[in-house]
Ligand binder design. Structure first.
Ligand code: ADP
Ligand code: MG
Length: 258
């Protein structure tokens, strides 16, 4: 069975793309077959895997709007067990164009249908908005993984985020669950980071992963080389934390399904 997970938070800059790239990399290294879907018109997941956005033949846009099948969109990454559905800025058009199409909330779900079962996990990197692409991602997902940055106002927008999740759950996808909360960009030198951890744990309780992602400059540098943290510096604190998160993610999933 394929588990489809949306990496979702309508706030920008909280670590969605970094988490999407590096968590999926390490889960694939643990031996699972993973498909990464870049659902953000910025295409940072695509370029983060070293894929040039201006040379793409087909992208997620073609799948969602023109019904090009995934087989004709999926590209290989440098990892055996990890494939990607790339995006470029054309996806921004889908946000509007989809409204005129049939089953507008289910375009992504329908696109995945023929390949379900071929992967253990599909991770969707959502855009920083609550628009149609995010609705499509949530409607196509089994669960939502929420990165929260250890910053002032960390929980700002969280109730709006949860409202959206609950709306999709009620209207389109009854089984949608919260997969977990990942705290990102933790800075051990500040009290603020500790306060945020405390606050988020009080709000989300056991849903918060024990593995906390530290602020680590190597994580910020890797994408500019078109590399995952595993390729760029697999001994860095950032790399170790995403590897631990991958192991915790799998263990947590196994516990739930027992
Ligand atoms: P989002 O996808 O939510 O907009 P990103 O993953 O793109 O967020 O992260 C925003 C910025 O912060 C990027 O420049 C990224 O390289 C950087 N970044 C993300 N996580 C970390 C981290 N743990 N430590 C340092 N920089 C980070
Ligand atoms: Mg992003």
């Amino acid at each position: 069975m394929t588990r489809v997970v949306s990496v979702f938070n309508q706030k920008g800059g909280v670590g969605k793309t970094t988490t999407n790239i590096n968590l999926s990399t390490y889960i694939s290294i643990l031996g699972y077959k993973v498909l990464v879907v870049d659902a953000d018109p910025q295409g940072n997941t695509t370029s983060g895997f070293g894929i040039q956005k201006d040379k793409l033949e087909n992208t997620l846009y073609d799948g969602m709007v023109n019904e090009v099948i995934l087989e004709d969109i999926i590209l290989k990454t440098g990892y055996d067990n990890l494939d990607i559905v790339p995006s470029d800025p054309s996806l921004a058009g889908a946000e509007v164009e989809i409204n005129a199409l049939s089953q507008k909330e289910l375009r992504l779900k329908n696109l995945f249908e023929p390949i379900l079962g071929r992967y253990d996990y599909i991770f969707i990197d959502c855009p920083p908005s609550l628009g149609m692409i995010s609705i499509n991602a949530l409607a196509a997902s089994d669960s939502v993984l929420i990165p929260i940055q250890c910053e002032y106002y960390a929980l700002e927008g969280v109730s709006q985020l949860m409202n959206t999740v609950n709306l999709v759950k009620r209207s389109l996808n009854n089984d949608l669950e919260i997969e977990g909360i990942v705290l990102t960009m933790f800075d051990a030198r500040t009290n603020l980071s500790l306060q945020v951890v405390d606050e988020v744990c009080r709000y989300f309780r056991e849903k918060v992963y024990k593995t906390i992602i530290p602020r680590n400059v190597r994580l910020a540098e890797a994408p500019s080389h078109g590399q995952t943290i595993e390729e760029y510096d697999d001994k860095s604190k950032g790399a170790l934390s995403y590897f631990n998160l991958a192991k915790e993610f799998i263990e947590k999933g196994n516990r739930v399904s027992e």
